[in-house]
Design a protein around this ligand. Structure first.
Ligand code: NAD
Length: 471
């Protein structure tokens, strides 16, 4: 597929190959863009600012609705592309497209609600007789950088609010999974002026870096790893920056929990997209009193999962994004076993696939729970009571989302208050996300919030107008 710069679909002689992680077959190629292509896209986005500002909010909203309808009509094609390029099971890929349709609709709605306010200037010395009001105006050019694991909806979470607030965008998708974003660009390009949306396919160190350092870019909206996010925040200088980074989400099970719900939450949360989700459940913190039963039930449910061809609707767990990722998961599990963890099921690698794995007797200091493991792993840490559970939950550098299963309202609220995370779910696993909720982590998991209303707010600037109304 071609990339989109200034309304033109552009091919280059040098290509990046895109492989299907399920069988390593070549699916397609995309242009291998350089820093120069990124600069061209940024210049086009900068030039498009004026034409976007001249479109009424009503028309912007209508255009976004049209895009959401077209996405809905092409749901099957989008889902197939997502599944092929990322290895995501087709049912989950379909869910991603459905969510993207809704996310764009939310942006269409939000584009009509960008309000300023009046300011009571006469409350200040010298303010008598003056009227003040604010306008929420576009920031300008938004640089959007996304990872491989939600190649459509993460792009939508940046492009749609940017356009809703009349900003132009340059999106850099992951080179491992750039196709859904390019198809989205094809759809969107029909409804917005040239240069409003640009998608450039290249390496992070070139295309991504140009977005981060180029003075014409006013905001970086980044989703990806802590390591890349940290580097970006250091380089971005005067730009606004939103960072949606890695997670290591705990799921606490107290001894009064409904174990059916807790086990279901653990299975759904740990193995969604083979664990390659920032808000996947990455640590199961379970009270000693119920740990044996919980571990036994979790193992039984994990063994029922079907791993295989992502295009089959019967598949629950697909491959990891590439062999390097699978080898890293294998090493992390093997290291945990050497350090004393107990393997209850899984623990096998076959090429890019890694079997869903339950580890028991994990201790809070092991790498498997200190770092973000992007794979289908359920490590169980046994604790005594809520105090220790919260201490362990807070014992890593991450703080994206968290969950607790308990029937005791006081315990639930204590955990909700004390866990250092952007969201705490009570009796629901941390993979819970609606596209309008404020989403974004604490600690090293990020900075700022997404969720359409919050992203739109962050993609505007406040301008004050003062009117001398006399006495
Ligand atoms: P990554 O950080 O390796 O890459 C993300 C993007 O950044 C890619 O497009 C990459 O090309 C680009 N990039 C790399 N180096 C860059 C640089 N120097 N300058 C600018 N851009 C650069 O992440 P990944 O492996 O693709 O994705 C997995 C990570 O993303 C995990 O840590 C996961 O938790 C995180 N993630 C977070 C969220 C969230 O909302 N918090 C959602 C999904 C994924």
């Amino acid at each position: 597929m071609d990339m989109l710069i200034n309304g033109n679909f552009i091919d280059l002689d040098e290509k990046i190959s895109v492989f299907n992680p399920a069988n390593n077959e070549l699916i397609d190629t995309v242009p291998f863009a350089t820093r120069k292509d990124a600069k061209d896209a940024i210049n086009a986005a900068n030039a498009a600012k004026k034409s976007l500002e001249n479109i009424s909010s009503r028309k912007i909203s209508e255009a976004l609705y049209e895009v959401s309808q077209e996405l809905s009509r092409e749901l099957d094609d989008f889902a197939r592309i997502i599944s092929l390029e990322s290895g995501k099971p087709i049912n989950a890929a379909r869910d991603e497209v459905k969510r993207s349709v809704e996310t764009i609709k939310l942006a269409a709605e939000e584009s009509k609600r960008i309000y300023g306010e009046t300011v009571p200037l006469d409350a200040g010395i010298g303010g008598k007789g003056f009227i003040g009001f604010t306008l929420k105006i576009p920031l300008g050019v938004v640089g959007a950088i996304i990872p491989f694991n939600y190649p459509l909806n993460l792009g939508v979470h940046k492009i749609a609010p940017a356009l809703a607030a009349k900003n132009s965008v340059v999106l850099k998708p992951s080179i491992q999974a750039p196709l859904a974003a390019l198809k989205l660009a094809e759809v969107m390009n029909q409804y917005f002026p040239p240069g409003a949306i640009n998608v450039v396919t290249g390496k992070g160190s070139q295309v991504g870096d140009e977005l981060v350092v180029n003075e014409l870019v006013n905001k970086i909206s980044f989703t990806g790893s802590v390591e890349t996010g940290t580097m970006i925040s250091q380089k971005a200088a005067m730009k606004k920056v939103t960072l949606e980074l890695g997670g290591n989400d705990p799921l606490i099970v107290l001894d009064d929990a409904n174990l059916d719900e807790a086990v279901l939450g653990a299975v759904r949360g740990s193995y969604l997209n083979a664990g390659q989700v920032c808000i996947a459940v990455k640590r199961l913190i379970v009270d000693q009193n119920v740990a044996d039963e919980f571990a036994e039930r979790l193992t039984r449910e994990t063994n029922k999962l079907n791993m295989g061809n992502p295009l089959s609707p019967k598949t629950d767990v697909g491959p990891l994004i590439d062999e390097e990722a699978a080898l890293l998961v294998e090493k992390t599990v093997n290291d945990a076993l050497k350090q004393g963890a107990e393997l209850l099921c899984g623990g096998q690698r076959d090429g890019n696939f890694y079997t869903p794995t339950v580890l028991d007797k994990v201790t809070p200091d092991m790498d498997v729970v200190q770092n973000e493991t992007f794979g289908p792993i359920s490590p169980i840490i046994r604790v005594n009571g809520i105090k220790e559970a919260i201490m362990v939950a807070n014992g890593t550098r991450y703080g994206l989302q968290a969950s607790i299963f308990t029937e005791n309202i006081r315990h639930a609220l204590k955990a909700a208050r004390e866990i250092e995370a952007g969201s705490v779910m009570i009796n629901k696993q941390s993979t819970y996300r609606t596209d309008n909720m404020p989403f974004g982590g604490f600690k090293m998991s990020g900075m700022g919030k997404e969720g359409i209303k919050y992203a739109v707010e962050d993609m505007t600037r406040t301008k004050l107008i003062v009117l001398n109304a006399g006495n």
